[in-house]
Design a protein around this ligand. Sequence first.
Ligand code: ZN
Length: 102
Amino acid sequence: MPNPNYVHDCSRCIFLGSFTYMARYHKDRKSQTADLYYCPNKIDGSCIARFSSIGSDYSSFSSSIVKSNMSTWMSWADEEAESTASPALIEAYKRAVTSNLL
Ligand SMILES: [Zn+2]
C-alpha cells in the first residue's frame, strides 16, 4: 500500500489507504484526497479521514455511528445536506470491515 499523503499524529491508527473523491463544498464539488484510518479502541473504534497535515484537518466518527448512519448519509448525495467528509468516512468503514478490523 502506498504511504499516506499527510502527517498523522496518532500512533495507534491503522492506515487503510488513500481515497480521492469529488467532495461537496456547499454548492460546488472539488477533487479531494483523504488518508483513511481505523483507530482501535476497546469499546468502539473510530473511522478517520484526514484531509491535510494540519492537526485538526480530519473528520472522525465511531464505527458504530458510521455504520448506523451510512445509508442516511448516502441518501443525501447530491443534496445540500451531503457532507464533505461522509463519502471518505464510509469508505474508511468499508475498508476496516474488509481488513477484518471490525
Ligand atoms: Zn488513532
